[in-house]
Design a protein around this ligand. Sequence first.
Ligand SMILES: [Zn+2]
Ligand SMILES: [Zn+2]
Length: 588
Amino acid sequence: MVISESKDLSERRRRIRHSAAHVMADVVVQMFPEAKLAIGPPTGDGFYYDFLVMEPFSSDDLEKIEARMKAVIAANLTFERAEHTREHALAMNAEEPFKTEIIEGIPEDEPISTYRHGGFEDLCEGPHVESTGKIPAFKLLNVAGAYWRGDERRNMLQRIYGTAFESQDALDEYLNHLEEAKLRDHRLLGRELDLFSVHEEVGSGLVIWHPKGARVKGIVENFWREEHYSRGYDLVSTPHIGRSTLWETSGHLDFYAESMYAAMDMDGQDYYLKPMNCPFHIMYYQNDLRSYRDLPMRIGELGSVYRYERGGVLHGLLRVRGMTQDDAHIFCSPDQIEEEVDGVLDLTFHLLRSFGFSDFQVMLSTMPEKAVGDPERWEVATESLRRTLEARGLDYQVDEGGGAFYGPKIDIHIRDAIGRLWQCTTVQFDFNLPERFALTYVGEDGEEHQPYMVHRALLGSIERFMGVLIEHYGGAFPVWLAPVQAVVIPIADRHLEYARQVEHQLAKSGIRVQTDARSERMNAKIREAQVQKVPFMLVVGDREAEAGAAAVRLRSGEDLGAQPVADVVARILEESTPEERRVNVSPG
Ligand SMILES: [Zn+2]
Ligand SMILES: [Zn+2]
């Protein structure tokens, strides 16, 4: 949970959490003397420590560890820092293979420090709280396997996760938040709502979309396409693989090879699965001689890309190996930059608001030390990003030197219904690819010029965005996104024929509707529709059939009573477009 903490508070929490990790490691080696220690850093929302042990820790173990940690905290032992020579540090850790590996990796000229409390001394840079008593509130959460250095060829370690806070209240609030987040877990909801699955037989990080999930994904994608067409984008469709020559020219085989899958040989030539769409869009640009009259060119695609991610970091839809980027590349002349950037931001906020997000965090990242491209171009691009943010009155943070080596960028995070931030949008200049591919256009002066190029993905990847949407709505999609918008529920079997008529009437109007024809009791069917989070339930019996009506219930449990079917159709249709479009307010 990253509910905007002040810098001081987050620094204090890091100290508390990291100190709690030491206390935990202390207790673990007391209880399991054979345990080998790996690393135990603080994280954004807690801490962990990795141990090599004979058997995984049980939840019973966690309770005992927690109890003994409380005793160490009550003893209020001082944390003491010490510096050691490499030889001494190695001797101290002779029985600790992971610590030894860490020490061996520390450059010769860097100090090697430890922190000690009581009888426990751990290799550590610090900082810590003054003493164990300054850990006001903590909780151990769970245990999971984790490879040493995230490498599946190395030891499988046991990682104990915990968290710690400056007060019991803050800890309780966080634990409540965790409970809430658990209920929204998209992997759980993905199963319950039958949206998607991942199979070992297919491969980790590769998603099978089930009919209902594919339906929602399709709605998101269609909306995306319409919005792009209406804002002067042209959409293309490009292959999943490309020859090595392309990736050599683009430089991906130099600076991105680690994230790419191995080459496939065809007719003596190497082909690669695409990790990015850019080179293909550039091929389209280069397919013709371009003049200033063709600019700006906005080339978009919902392009499937494949990237190698380590097994350990894969997570449901949020970190995958095969994903659909909502990608586009803008090629423009210097005098068009600002308008183009503004157009991208306008579209971004319009899309994100349409999907129900209204709280954004914007980050501008500027030129890093190692950078390619003309510094003057960097300046022009960075200023245009800055000016458009300011013209929109947006609050933003600046990450000085945090841009990619090839250009400055804007990143946008969205805050979900329970306060979590998710990275979505990135708008990025590129001074590298136009150079490498020798992109040009003929200017008004009849001379050749290099166009400015912008990469942008607004939702990020569709898979990840779907994960965020599922968690944001807790699976209860708004009507316009719901895979099934209405369920018709006949009270008894004899009402099935009328139920089918109602279904037909809704379907004819383009409403996504199903009839629950099972011979279950009405209440069971209503419950099922609620579990499936279907927005409208249309219950029909004798009275409704006679009146051409349906008794409408909402998934919230609200009972709207009997209404003419035509009225129900009108209401569902009204809610079938995003609110942002219905009220037609200008975004930004
Ligand atoms: Zn430490
Ligand atoms: Zn790109």
